[in-house]
Write a protein that binds this ligand. Structure first.
Ligand SMILES: Cc1cc2nc3c(=O)[nH]c(=O)nc-3n(C[C@H](O)[C@H](O)[C@H](O)COP(=O)(O)OP(=O)(O)OC[C@H]3O[C@@H](n4cnc5c(N)ncnc54)[C@H](O)[C@@H]3O)c2cc1C
Length: 419
């Protein structure tokens, strides 16, 4: 079958790999000059089923209200985004009801765990280098109440065989000695030994090479303008460089999937949640963490990725706006120096890459994967804060659906029909 994929982020590229490997004739259309240059470029790098909990937990409304006006808050809503957020926002809040929250949590955890199994296979069978680490991840806390809350959540995730270990006070140093200088402010943490990490951009580039070896063709610098629909199916993908045809079309354009689908009369309720990162060269410093550290108080993470540290976090609803806001970027520097004050002499700001990307967020925290109401149009988008974690599982599920095979996970749970 001839398959045209729109978007060469981590999701579109990994989908291209599985589909081309199965023998399909795959083409990928990407407006950037290479793979993984938008949201998949400088994320926190964590492959963390342990973070499958949707953002809209039952306390989200209080969090949103208390965060208004604070530059350190986890959420920020910009006025210009409001009109596009009303219905979506109400549905986001509706999904924070306890029963739905737990249903959504387990759906995301299923996909995240499945994905990590596939990542193990990929690492075993392909010779990829993406600064991968399999040392787990650690969430640290500055108050006992939040630590207890995560401990309860981790017990809930037990049914997914997700191992975890709670450490109080100085015990933490047994697994992450680099935190010694700041232990005064930290009451404890939860260690997840099965989590992984790696550079999502490098992985996307490497899996693109593998997809190409299976015959996939990537067209860079080509912008999709419109999906042309006739008689209930997509007959062509109109781009700034002519039309592309395919028996099946896959929309994997991250947050931009929504406007492209809308123009074809299809509702894909994904909203961009902007996040920030800084990528900091280690400059010979060797006092850093050996695994990603998530600081609950800062709502941000520090990940060691090869010879750099990546500090990432925060969520800002500002529409399709990728510009950098100074106070949000400064939060990333603050976290770095709060956890690793000894790094200050090694920090050379002119060598730091500051970045923002748009997480494609759904109201229930899980992606939309598979068929749509338009005959030959498929989606693979809406992975929110876990697109790197869920990429392999989502791509394999899409490939199975297109092939008419039964996916490992229940495809109806991830279908766009639930929107
Ligand atoms: C600060 C931050 C930290 C994060 N940390 C993590 C983490 O630690 N772990 C994790 O699992 N996830 C994390 N994420 C989430 C993850 O990065 C995203 O879920 C993932 O990158 C989404 O991938 P995607 O392929 O759907 O989107 P993208 O990477 O944005 O890819 C979509 C592609 O479509 C292309 N495109 C769009 N419109 C068009 C068009 N009209 N024509 C042609 N091409 C088009 C774009 O150029 C882009 O390359 C983080 C995100 C952010 C912002």
């Amino acid at each position: 079958m001839k398959i045209t994929i729109i978007g060469a982020g981590i999701i579109g590229t990994t989908s291209a790999y599985y589909l081309a490997k199965t023998g399909h004739d795959v083409e990928v259309i990407e407006r950037q000059d290479g793979p993984g240059l938008e949201t998949s470029f400088a994320n926190a790098g964590m492959l963390t089923p342990s973070m499958a909990d949707p953002w809209n937990d039952p306390s989200v409304l209080t969090t949103l209200l208390t965060s208004l006006g604070s530059s350190h808050s986890s959420f920020k809503l910009r006025l210009k985004a409001l009109p596009s957020m009303v219905f979506w926002g109400l549905s986001f809040l509706y999904n924070s009801r306890k029963k739905l929250y737990y249903k959504n949590l387990h759906r995301s955890a299923d996909m995240a765990c499945y994905s990590l199994e596939l990542m193990d296979d990929i690492r075993e069978n392909l010779n990829l280098n993406y600064d991968q680490i399999t040392t787990g991840s650690l969430k640290v806390f500055r108050d006992l109440e939040s630590l207890e809350k995560l401990t309860k959540l981790s017990q809930e995730l037990d049914q997914h065989n997700m191992r975890f270990q709670v450490y109080y006070g100085e015990e933490l140093l047994k697994i992450e000695p680099s935190l010694a200088p700041v232990m005064g402010g930290i009451v404890g943490g939860v260690y997840f030994p099965d989590d992984q990490a790696g550079n999502a951009y490098k992985f996307t580039s490497e899996i693109e090479r593998e997809a190409t070896q299976h015959g996939a063709k990537f067209h860079y610098g080509v912008s999709v303008e419109k999906l042309i629909k006739k008689g209930g199916k997509i007959t062509a993908v109109k781009t700034d460089q002519g039309e592309f045809l395919g028996d099946a079309i896959v929309l994997a354009a991250g947050s931009y999937s929504t406007p492209l689908a809308k123009a074809a009369g299809l509702n894909v309720p994904v909203r961009p949640a902007k996040g920030y990162s800084i990528t900091v060269p280690l400059n010979g410093w060797n006092g850093g963490p050996k695994m990603p550290i998530i600081d609950d108080g800062f709502h941000a993470a520090i990940s060691p990725l090869g010879d750099v540290l990546r500090i990432a976090g925060t969520a800002e609803f500002a529409g399709l706006d990728e510009s950098l806001t100074k106070d949000r970027v400064d939060n990333m520097y603050d976290l770095l120096l709060e956890l690793y004050p000894d790094f200050e002499p090694y920090l050379e700001r002119e060598k730091v890459t500051e970045w923002a990307g748009l997480r494609p967020l759904t109201v229930d925290g899980s992606p939309y994967i598979g068929k749509t109401s338009i005959d030959n149009l498929y989606v693979n988008t809406g992975h929110g804060p876990l697109g790197w974690t869920m990429a392999a599982g989502s791509a394999k599920m899409l490939s199975d659906i297109i092939d008419g095979k039964k996916p490992r996970l229940d495809e109806s749970a991830y279908s766009l029909e639930r929107a």
